[in-house]
Design a protein around this ligand. Sequence first.
Ligand SMILES: NC(=O)c1ccc[n+]([C@@H]2O[C@H](COP(=O)([O-])OP(=O)(O)OC[C@H]3O[C@@H](n4cnc5c(N)ncnc54)[C@H](OP(=O)(O)O)[C@@H]3O)[C@@H](O)[C@H]2O)c1
Length: 514
Amino acid sequence: MPEGDLKSSTETRFCEIIPGMVHIDPFTIVIFGGSGDLSKRKLLPTLYHIYIEEDLPDDFSIIGFASTERTDAQYRELIKKALQEFSTDPLDKERWEKFSSHLYYISGGFEDEESYKRLSTKLEDITPPTGKEKKEIIYYMAVQPRYFPEIIKRLSVCNLCKGAFNTRLIIEKPFGRDRKSAIELNRTIADAFDEDQVYRIDHYLGKETVQNIIFFRFANSIFEPLWNRKYIDHVQITVAEDIGVEERARFYENTGVVRDIIQNHMLQLVALVAMEPPVGFEADFIRNEKVKIYNSIRDMDNDYIDNFTVCGQYGEGDINGTGVQGYRSEEGVAPDSTTPTFIAAKLFIDNWRWAGVPFYIRAGKRLKKRITEISIHFKQPPLRLFGSACDSIEPNALILGIQPHEEISIDFGVKHPGSGNRLYPVDMNFSYEEDLNYEPHPAYERLLIDCMRGDKTLFARQDGIEAMWSIVDPMIKAWGERPVPELPNYAAGTWGPEKADELIEKDSRKWRIK
Ligand SMILES: NC(=O)c1ccc[n+]([C@@H]2O[C@H](COP(=O)([O-])OP(=O)(O)OC[C@H]3O[C@@H](n4cnc5c(N)ncnc54)[C@H](OP(=O)(O)O)[C@@H]3O)[C@@H](O)[C@H]2O)c1
């Protein structure tokens, strides 16, 4: 167990916030799309990992549901190959045989009611009793979003949502294409499930450093008093990928950077940095505070979009010494595509804490390197005290590294040794990897375990999803109606279009990562 490692390496005394919630009842998880890419790459390797970490109850079952005809034995073979390719855990014979005995398969179309009847029978047969009135079932929607409504309606018609079983529904992003479709999807879900049965997954929230933002802010008295407009000059958040669209061109053409990153991951990060202290560490208390932030982000009209947002698309360029093609030349992308692969924006959170403090956000593909980082930039103290030579010193910054390195550092100034009064920039650093011997593990692990425990803290709520769409819809609409004429406007391997630099530099600030 990683936590065990931490304990032995640091002899840390843990403060368990929710010790009562660790028990997991016997359950069955039905993975719609159990043979697809997400299932093979992420879900089954994660379930296998949780299994060998002994975090699963002895009695559990996994049912893959997909259209291709297969027997249970053939499904087990398919998953064995997937684990050999994608699992980070060794697949030894004894473990695999035990794990695979929990795997089952239902072949059937999502639109075919008969398949759901077979599913119902199978669930009755194989789901272990829990000692409670109803057996525990988790449905995981690892399917293209167009199938979400169909599957949910069929589950409801076949009385598989609230009737015979105690059920939970995990839904993958993208959750809608805009606010309107998200509301429709939420209605379809609400007809079949209660909100407390629904787990809208954003795998970013499963990352240790993302969860740590709440701990860091609210468990340390030295930061929170400074966490406001009085001391903070501005905040920067960068979510940069160096990869292009890979094999996901069709998906990406339909999605673009705003739907892919901003509507979900980025706004989650903004909310965690900006939210007020929740009343307690319960899911709804935290989610209430996040929604307040979404509702405080200033609405974007066309003037705002022209002045405070930058849209980009990569052209050919160079990543780490290797020449790469531009977005429009990627297989599956239209040669005149106007899909944005980059965005920079300046957000304002119009509430008491943040009035006048800009949040500069930036996300894109084929940028110089893969990095996700939040930096909190503090105001400059009156440095004239030390003489005019100190005017140009960098103000303090607190940096929360999310990936690839999970770390926290603080930039500050010290007196340089010697007879002169010279201020010298240094930093203090905490690294999960180095200081706690922590190896990042897949975000899905934490999220799946949380769902099994019934802990919804890291999952998005219906009103939060709709509020996030309200923020980004105007941008998507404006860029769709009057696409930026100069696309592509940045070379792969750079930090995006020049206008992204101008956006922040005209405020006499600059991007921290360059
Ligand atoms: N792939 C990733 O890394 C990733 C990451 C984040 C989020 N997601 C999200 O996860 C979801 C699934 O993505 P994916 O990449 O895994 O998709 P995928 O590879 O296309 O898999 C689709 C699955 O659904 C089954 N299926 C498709 N049509 C069906 C039908 N009419 N009836 C029954 N089964 C059907 C397929 O099985 P058959 O071929 O047997 O029909 C397959 O098991 C999407 O919402 C995606 O946005 C994926």
